[in-house]
Design a protein around this ligand. Structure first.
Ligand code: NAD
Length: 309
């Protein structure tokens, strides 16, 4: 990749939930770099209640008037009308290159008190919404042999968080979803990655102390989203955790593990009890080629090793 300005000239980008927060900052940055942007937002509350076209309209006006960029608004919900969001890109700009799955709501409560409706609605917006958007964009991306997708995960998805069983499940679901799309899209030059941000927005302003919030500008998240979706970026299937100007990659890691002899007598629950400490031991890595991404050949290697015991 050359180190000059990363241009998005003539690329068409859909950013869901970009009427505020992180999505708004992405939309402006893409537009400043020449992209044609669909600003999607149904304009509801943090819990996903209500509907208002103002949020998306304000961002579109800002892009057009302040930055002389190109943008159109779309007010559909990712849960009901994802096809129409992609149609907005096609009918206005003739193509769809980049999808940023960013729309989100919170319905926090302890798991003991969490209703089925609040579990389902959070899964619906984050996970099913991203599925529907990708499903609608995928045929265009495959056909043109170009596509870039970013799914927005969360620390709560990777590590869990009190009161967020619904949100955690949805967010980690987005990681698995991205990992498979990355594999299936690879030969069509479709790259799919996840971000795990922490940033100042209405989602965090009441739970993070002000002196920390000050460090968490959403402008520190946008550069990574643009990098991951640029045409010269080949990264795919990566999870990037980022906040306050710190950027890092997260990966799955398997412990060094314990091989049991294939005889049925050897892999009993009692044998596991005896070997538990070495099963979960990460200290030495005799099989470090078995780290993510998992390949079938790794299993063949382990089976071979077990036979040797
Ligand atoms: P935000 O509430 O400002 O932005 C979310 C936007 O999504 C809102 O404008 C909302 O109207 C829109 N939206 C909600 N439901 C929608 C639907 N069905 N269809 C279309 N639009 C819808 O919050 P944010 O912090 O900017 O969050 C952006 C994304 O980042 C979310 O997916 C969130 O879960 C994720 N995230 C944020 C943080 C953080 O620290 N702010 C951390 C981890 C993950």
């Amino acid at each position: 990749m050359n180190s000059n300005t990363l241009s998005f000239k003539d690329r068409v980008v859909v950013i869901t939930g970009s009427g505020g927060g992180l999505g708004r900052v992405y939309a402006i940055e893409y537009a400043k770099r020449g992209a044609k942007v669909v600003v999607n937002d149904l304009g509801g509350s943090l819990k996903g209640e209500g509907h208002n076209s103002r949020a998306a309209d304000i961002v579109v006006s800002e892009i057009r008037e302040k930055y002389k960029g190109t943008a159109v608004a779309n007010y559909d919900s990712v849960t009901d009308n994802a096809e129409s969001i992609i149609r907005t890109a096609i009918s206005n700009f003739g193509r769809i290159d980049i999808v940023v799955n960013n729309a989100g709501i919170l319905r926090d409560s302890s798991f003991a008190k969490m209703s089925e409706a609040s579990f389902a609605s959070v899964i619906d917006v984050h996970l099913n919404g991203a599925y529907k958007l990708c499903k609608a964009a995928w045929p265009y991306m495959r056909k043109q042999k170009f596509g870039r997708i970013v799914n927005t995960c969360s620390p709560a998805g990777l590590y869990g968080n009190f009161g967020q069983a619904n949100y955690s499940a949805a967010k980690l679901g987005l990681v698995g979803f991205a990992e498979t799309l990355a594999k299936e899209g690879y030969r069509y030059n479709i790259r799919v990655n996840c971000i795990v941000p922490l940033a100042r927005s209405r989602m965090t302003e009441r739970i993070i102390p002000p002196h920390i919030l000050k460090q968490l500008a959403p402008e520190k998240i946008a550069p990574m989203v643009l990098y991951l979706t640029h045409e010269d970026t080949d990264a795919t299937n990566v999870i990037i955790e980022l906040a306050a100007g710190f950027y890092s990659q997260v990966r799955w890691e398997r412990s060094s593990g314990q091989i049991f002899n294939p005889s049925p007598k050897s892999y009993t629950s009692e044998a596991i009890l005896n070997k538990w400490d070495s099963i979960v031991d990460y200290r030495d890595k005799p099989f470090n080629k078995t780290q993510h991404p998992v390949q079938l050949s790794d299993y063949n290697y382990l089976i071979q090793k077990a036979r040797e015991l």
